[in-house]
Design a protein around this ligand. Structure first.
Ligand code: SDX
Length: 435
């Protein structure tokens, strides 16, 4: 079990209805301190109110730290730009799951454990055939990942440490296989089995883009760029989909069902669906001279249009992943000889215009990870509909690490927020004859 590491740093006094309540304050290693309100309802018969949980810490966590004002993102204390430059996705998976960078022997053992689980049960392929060919890959992923719990009964007991570990390895290993199968199914092409002599990301590219009729050679530059993109998407503190996974896991649901819940939440255009929405928006803008029209729409309080790929609940500075994504974007476009990608030109111009516009400056709206990822993923050969499935593939390790941490937290209870009720007070039933 995980030991609590928060340190008492005094308290706050709340005065309510002429009574005073002491709220203990705690600090972690980085970031804002917290006021512990766990006893408030019992003592004062009052709830706190925080729609969207903008000021609420739902848990203690050692995994990821974000400083939204400084634009800092750390995985287990390592900055995202250092990991993007020096590490690889599977090593980052180990780091997120275990808290430390692996030794050579630990990495070899982990690599083997993941590689061993890349195939899926042969009957799972039947599930794809139940979908229309034009089904959105995220609809397919929600379905087939949830279905994994029907095939791997030997790793659904969340109270068994070894079963939790096997389920974690299975999910990290099988997500690329399932995502590639979703793509192949949409293309009407045969599924391609994993080739365990390839690395994690190379294997995924081959399962996605190779066809039985031809030899397929992985482009190492593109594979490295995609591997780095996976690192950028791996975890992000208590975002909406991670909170969904934690909440699902808090009821004791099996890990496959929890990850399927996370995939469903990630699909939303305000969250992981923003990369698909951002590219569609850039393509709809079409030319640089149409940018002011769209910026005007985004600023119009009566228009619910928002610039996809802009703004963030936490980052009130440049999303450090957006910078790293821009670097990968240029590497990929250079490699495929598409330096003058017209959509990139619009993105760069839109970013410049928005960052000089008072509306965005005052609201501290900057490009986020989704702003450049769409251009990059399209250049890698993925259709727009696959973008969020790729986000889910990469975020699975973050969801799993957070799920594992929650289960090992002695303070963990079933998540059950309350509400402020504004409905009708009790009243008697009126028979139909009298209505
Ligand atoms: C991800 O949480 C995470 O960590 C998520 C994520 C992860 O890795 O898990 O980082 C991944 O989801 C990134 C975000 C991707 N979403 C988008 O790019 C969609 C566009 N962005 C917005 O929908 C919005 O910025 C959110 C949802 C990201 C954040 O919303 P908030 O924190 O609720 O911000 P807000 O709605 O309170 O906005 C504050 C103001 C509002 O205007 P006013 O009411 O003050 O007049 O800023 C405006 C908003 O209207 N605003 C935007 C805008 N985003 C916010 N206006 C125009 N375009 C935008 N993109």
């Amino acid at each position: 079990m995980r030991e609590s590491k928060i340190k008492p740093v005094g308290s706050a006094t709340l005065t309510y209805n002429n009574k005073s309540y002491e709220l203990p304050a705690f600090s972690g290693t980085e970031g804002p301190e917290v006021l512990d309100i766990r006893k408030l309802y019992g003592d004062a018969d009052v709830f706190t109110y925080d729609p969207g949980f903008t000021s609420t810490a739902s848990c203690e966590s050692d995994i990821t730290f974000i400083d939204g004002d400084k634009g800092i993102l750390l995985y287990r204390g390592y900055s995202i730009d250092q990991l993007a430059e020096h590490s690889n996705f599977l090593e980052v998976c180990y780091l997120l799951l275990h808290g430390e960078l692996p030794s050579k022997a630990e990495m070899a053992k982990f690599d083997k454990a993941i590689t061993f689980h890349t195939m899926v049960h042969e009957q799972l392929a039947q599930f794809f055939r139940g979908f229309r060919r034009d089904a959105h890959p995220m609809a397919v992923m929600c379905g087939v990942v949830g279905a994994l719990s029907a095939f791997y009964h030997d790793s659904t007991d969340i109270n068994d440490r070894r079963q939790r570990e096997i389920a974690s390895h299975r999910l990290i290993a099988k997500m690329p296989t399932l995502a590639a199968m979703a793509y192949k199914y949409s293309m009407g092409q045969p599924f391609v089995y994993p080739l365990n002599t390839l690395g994690y990301t190379e294997n995924f590219l081959r399962m996605t883009f190779s066809v039985p009729a031809e030899e397929y050679k992985v482009n190492p530059v593109l594979a490295k760029a995609l591997d780095t993109i996976f690192i950028l998407h791996a975890d992000h503190e208590q975002n909406a989909s991670t909170s969904t996974v934690r909440l699902a896991g808090s009821s004791g649901a099996n890990p496959f069902a929890c990850i399927a819940a996370g995939i469903a939440c990630l699909w939303g255009p305000a969250h992981g669906g923003a990369n698909e929405a951002a590219l569609k928006m850039l393509e709809e803008i079409g030319t640089v001279d149409r940018i002011p029209e769209y910026v005007k729409k985004a600023k119009d309080p009566d228009d619910n249009f928002r610039l996809s790929g802009f703004g963030h609940r936490v980052y009130k500075n440049y999303d450090p992943r957006a910078k790293a994504m821009q670097i990968q974007c240029h590497k990929v476009l250079d490699e495929i000889g598409h330096h003058d990608d017209p959509t990139l030109k619009i993105a760069v111009a839109l970013e410049k215009i928005a960052l000089e516009d008072d509306y965005f400056v005052q609201r501290k709206l900057y490009p986020n990870i989704d702003f450049y990822s769409g251009i990059t993923l399209r250049a890698l050969g993925f259709p727009t509909s696959m973008f969020t499935a790729l986000f889910a593939l990469a975020r699975t390790v973050g969801w799993i690490a957070q799920w594992k941490e929650m289960l090992e937290d002695p303070h963990q209870k079933i998540g059950r927020p309350r509400q402020i009720y504004t409905g009708k007070q009790q009243r008697d039933y009126t028979p139909l004859t009298k209505r």
